[in-house]
Ligand binder design. Structure first.
Ligand code: NAD
Length: 506
């Protein structure tokens, strides 16, 4: 299927402040490229201190009115946003493909998974309900309420320019907050498209703000006294930095970091199913997913048969421009492509077996695209950099383990704990794995176990800093603060009396 480049991607990609495109000072800008052609398609403005101040001031003013707007009225806006998004998701997907490079079907999938969180947020009247306990003491009732935080900051990575922001903003907005989104400077147009959609859905100006930029914009949000919380998604070093700095500034923080996801294949697994899963989850979106499988642990002698099956399937993949119906697109930038290729060089030099070499790719696309084909390494050792580091590219490593216990130890020794999967036909083994593995999201014969919107998304260890995962009930709690109210309404005609002892129930 051929899709045209979206006509409305502007040459200058602005902020969105107070319900309109805002050029900002624009003293600094960044190139935005189409990874399939290598050509610069836009300049994104980078916020300076005045832009940050204007964005947060507008959001703060809007948050006060929005918080006082009825839950029904807020929900109707979120519902309209969902309807518009559903009707026009192809437009957003085309923008994502043009700046990120992922193939069109994958971009549509990303929007659909984000839309699920919008649908979850449409249930906010139920999610915000407090508890009520009548007559906890004679004539005394207790109830709880949850209130919005005010202005909340969302800082997102390049790899899901629509879905990751949508892990947060639908719930934050439905709960009565104003959101300032700082998208990745590599693919910033999706956020402006979503801002326009909110406006069309009837969201008051200032409730959804986009602040474009780099570290200056991020630090501005982390330090700003009127920003109550930070939801960050990105690489582990930046997540750790964001968590520490924003926590020190007294904010509520959830900072999701990097990953190195293992797929354990036991001897009783269906090896064809496992090979399909390894290829789909290893090379989908060119491996630029935090839930990508990057390590396959072949247990108890299944290594040769599994590697053969993975290699056969990899050979069938069509690499190229994501608008041409291919299976896998380019990497996001030439610098990132070169970094991933350098890991392939390092793996080969360290003695891993190169079964499929992505450096020799024949892509269906322009020659200046940021191409790198799928790479498959066998006999990888845990000391090699291809194993220890998050590569974030189409590189799949096969490590061999003698026993299930050895495989489990390997997964648990890894510094990351985002996702993992086990492939087996033994329910007992799967259950033991589910209990014992030190990872936040687990698949049983499912390679990318991204939770549905009504569960929460998040990893363990260096994959998440803070204690709240994204969306689901944890998301509602993150974006609201609780109060408990104790009430006495004496019966008419009864009188009070002095009581200086600590109140006890009777
Ligand atoms: P990144 O850490 O480079 O950037 C993330 C955000 O931080 C961007 O908005 C960027 O502008 C900003 N940033 C970059 N450098 C900064 C600095 N020095 N100071 C302050 N802010 C800075 O990540 P990326 O390359 O855009 O995205 C890929 C990474 O995100 C991978 O590590 C991937 O695993 C991770 N990721 C994690 C999840 C998850 O759920 N755990 C989801 C998606 C992506």
């Amino acid at each position: 299927m051929m899709l045209s480049t979206p006509p409305d991607v502007p040459a200058t990609i602005p902020h969105w402040i107070d319900g309109r495109a805002h050029p900002g000072a624009a003293a600094r800008t960044g190139d935005v490229t189409n990874p399939a052609t290598g050509r610069v398609t836009g300049q994104v403005v980078f916020a300076d201190a005045d832009d940050i101040a204007a964005a947060v001031a507008s959001a703060k003013a809007a948050s006060e009115t929005w918080a006082a707007t009825s839950v029904s009225a807020r929900t109707q806006v979120v519902f309209r946003f969902r309807e518009l998004l559903n009707e026009r998701k192809e437009e957003l997907a085309a923008i994502i493909t043009a700046e990120h490079g992922k193939v069109h079907s994958d971009a549509v999938g990303e929007v659909s998974r984000g839309q699920e969180v919008v649908e979850f947020a449409c249930g906010i009247p139920h999610l915000l309900k407090g508890s009520n306990s009548p007559q906890v003491s004679t004539g005394v009732d207790v109830h709880s309420i949850r209130q919005p935080l005010g202005v909340v900051g969302v800082i997102s990575p390049f790899n899901f320019p629509a879905m990751v922001p949508m892990w947060f903003f639908p719930i934050a907005i439905a709960a009565g907050n104003a959101v300032v989104l700082k998208p990745s400077e590599k693919d910033p147009s999706a956020s402006i498209w979503m801002a326009r959609l909110w406006q069309e859905a009837g969201l008051p100006d200032g409730v959804f703000t986009v602040l474009q930029g780099d570290k200056v914009a991020v630090d501005g949000l982390l330090d700003h006294p009127d920003v109550a919380s930070i939801s960050f998604v990105g690489s582990t070093p930046i997540a750790e930095y964001v968590y520490e700095r924003a926590s020190r500034a007294g904010k509520r923080v959830q900072a999701l970091g990097g990953a190195k996801n293992h797929m354990v294949v036991l001897p009783d697994a269906d090896l064809d199913l496992a090979a399909d899963a390894a290829v789909s989850a290893g090379y989908g979106s060119a491996g630029e997913r935090c839930m990508a499988i990057s390590v396959v642990v072949a247990v108890g002698g299944v290594g040769d048969a599994l590697v053969e099956r993975i290699a056969e399937r990899t050979a069938t993949l069509r690499i190229g421009d994501g608008t041409r119906g291919t299976d896998m697109g380019p990497l996001v930038t030439s610098a990132h492509r070169d970094k991933v290729a350098s890991y392939v060089d390092a793996g080969e030099a360290a003695g891993a077996t190169v079964v499929v070499d992505g450096r020799k790719v024949d892509a269906d696309g322009e020659q200046d695209g940021f191409w790198l084909g799928p790479t498959l390494f066998d006999h990888v050792e845990p000391s090699m950099s291809v194993y220890t580091d998050e590569i974030f590219g189409p590189v799949l490593c096969v490590v061999r383990a003698e026993t299930y216990a050895e495989a489990l130890d390997l997964v648990n020794a890894n510094r990351y704990g985002n996702g993992t999967a086990i492939f087996t036909s033994n329910g007992g083994a799967a259950r033991a794995f589910e209990q014992d593995v030190q990872v936040g999201m687990i698949g049983v014969n499912v390679p990318i176990p991204v939770p549905m919107a009504y569960y929460s998304f998040g990893g363990w260890k260096s994959s998440l800093f803070g204690d709240t995962h994204a969306h689901g009930v944890e998301g509602v709690h993150f974006f609201t603060r609780g109060k408990v109210v104790t009430t006495r309404w004496p019966d008419p005609g009864t009188v009070g009396g002095l009581e200086l002892a600590f109140p006890k129930n009777h």
